[in-house]
Design a protein around this ligand. Structure first.
Ligand code: ATP
Length: 498
């Protein structure tokens, strides 16, 4: 029996980061200049994996729901967008500096860490009280109160070990830049901190041009930018990242029904792409954002604990209402359906239920879950193996074609198979080195199937398929490969479960 080790510690994340770099998944940005903090690049395998996740999400939204369509809005938007959305005035994080170490922290995160510590020590009520106190001060904008909490809790800077803290200050997370060639005329614009607003400002364009009837949704995948104060945990918290958001427009009063509906639908998605149920959980928000009347996170158990991967928010009519006020353009929908009194619902600003997942956080969850160290055998036969057990629909490369040796026509035969399969799914060819080494190379990038061409192939047109997780091999006819592997790696296998 193979034994799989589960590491829960920080060392597990370190191993995953170095694996991601060594095997072409994620590189630090501009590494030759020592990198840029909290910015990363996806390599040749990472981009395939990420594209698969984005395609799965996109199709699950737009193809499987007849009332959800997609858009692709620009990163730059009119600056008033961010005034209406509340980002100019309140997209802030409270920060605090330690005067001795000169290190900067998020004040709320220092207190949250203390609350977690209380929970670990078996006194969760203390942690809860602390978080409530913090929420009270944050809501009232009483930053002195936050600082006092840090001091009362005796939270020291981990670097200097002192309580020599500055005041707490609010820090706006939006990046800004200038548009326009002449500096006098140039105006300040922002890099969008969320993709959602591109959907809201296009709500009526899509509704009218697509003759959409409520309830309906608009989906979008795109880059978002936040000047995070403390960026850590690899691609979990980045300054440039990608969001997959869907805003679902509903009749006021029906939002809780849709909110519960989307909660379940989204959890099912994560399970269908291979994340185990025990590593996923809902976390209700204690403190609601200014625009929400209900909010929940889907958390994943990362090596650094259960943390937010996706947010599902009932955003009321806050955004459309604010755009209506500021733009002076009606953001209303005419609902011809009849209410219980037989009257049409008529004109209203729809309510919105949002699902928002970070493509990078989902990528990290999938990578952490896939990373497996396995020990087989005992004594002298003890073997260790590292592999990535991706769901086949998610794996960057689906199949590798490997001739046992290069001579006697085996390489040519393998090439023929490779060229015929690559039209159907992502296939690679490798004839360098011992076959065992080549299997290992594919295991390390999570290729679910290896096809070996041997001498028997030359006689009867059969090959072996080696299965990544079990390492079992089966002999099949070449003519069966496309269907057999194609079926196993198809995204349909995921969609069937939704
Ligand atoms: P957090 O509390 O972790 O900062 P948030 O609640 O601000 O996250 P939302 O504004 O709800 O996040 O954004 C929706 C999703 O976008 C998050 O669930 C996450 O997956 C992703 N996301 C947000 N900020 C980042 C970031 N800095 N890096 C990577 N992904 C992010």
């Amino acid at each position: 029996m193979a034994e799989q080790k589960q590491q829960d510690t920080a060392s597990a994340l370190k191993d995953i980061i170095s694996h991601a770099k060594e095997y072409g998944f994620v590189f630090p940005s501009s590494e030759i200049y020592d990198g840029l903090q909290a910015v990363y690049d996806y390599g040749q395998n990472g981009v395939e994996l990420k594209n698969n996740l984005k395609t799965l999400w996109w199709k699950a939204m737009t193809m499987l729901n007849d009332n959800v369509v997609g858009i692709d809005a620009s990163i730059f938007m009119h600056p008033l967008t961010w005034k209406a959305s509340g980002h100019v005035d309140s997209f802030n994080d409270p920060m605090i500096d330690n005067k001795d170490s000169k290190k900067r922290y998020r004040a709320d995160q220092l207190l949250e860490a203390r609350a977690e510590q209380y929970e670990a020590e078996g006194t969760p009520e203390k942690g809860k009280a602390l978080l409530q106190e913090m929420a009270k001060f944050l809501d009232a904008g009483e930053l002195d109160g936050i600082r006092q909490l840090i001091i009362d809790e005796n939270i020291k800077c981990p670097i200097s070990g002192t309580l020599n803290w500055t005041e707490v200050r609010q820090f706006n997370l939006m990046f800004s830049t200038q548009v326009g060639a002449v500096s006098e005329d140039a105006s300040l614009i922002y890099l969008r901190p969320e993709t959602a607003q591109g959907i809201f400002v296009n709500f009526l364009n899509v509704q009218k041009s697509g003759r959409m009837k409520i309830p309906f949704g608009i989906a979008q995948i795109g880059k978002a930018f936040r000047n995070e104060i403390v960026a850590r945990n690899f691609i979990f918290r980045m300054r440039e990242f990608e969001q997959m958001e869907m805003q679902f427009f509903v009749r006021p009063g029906t939002e809780m029904e849709w909110y519960n509906n989307w909660k379940e639908t989204r959890l099912k998605f994560h399970k269908a792409i291979g994340l185990p149920a025990e590593n996923l959980k809902f976390h209700d928000h204690e403190k609601l954002a200014h625009y929400a009347n209900a909010a929940v996170d889907i958390e994943y158990k990362f090596p650094f604990g259960f943390k937010e991967m996706e947010g599902i928010h009932s955003r009321t009519d806050f955004d459309l209402g604010a755009h209506q006020t500021l733009s002076k353009k009606k953001q209303q929908y005419f609902d011809p359906e009849l209410d219980e009194n037989g009257k049409p619902y008529g004109n209203y600003v729809p309510f919105v239920v949002e699902t928002s997942v970070g493509a990078d956080r989902l990528f990290l969850a999938i990578l952490c879950n896939a990373y497996t160290n396995e020990t087989t055998g005992e004594g002298e036969n003890l073997k260790e193996r590292t592999f990535l057990k991706f769901h086949p629909a998610v794996a960057p490369i689906k199949a590798a074609v490997l001739p046992l040796v290069k001579k006697d026509g085996l390489a040519e035969k393998a090439q023929d198979i490779f060229h015929s399969l690559k039209r159907s799914f992502n296939t690679t060819y490798d004839d360098g080195g011992a076959i065992g080494k080549r299997y290992t190379r594919q295991d390390l990038i999570g290729t679910p199937f290896c096809i070996a061409v041997d001498y028997q192939t030359m006689e009867d047109e059969t090959v072996t398929i080696r299965h990544r997780d079990s390492m079992e091999q089966e002999r099949v006819h070449i003519s069966e490969l496309r269907e057999k592997i194609g079926n196993a790696v198809s995204m349909e296998r995921v969609f069937e479960q939704l």
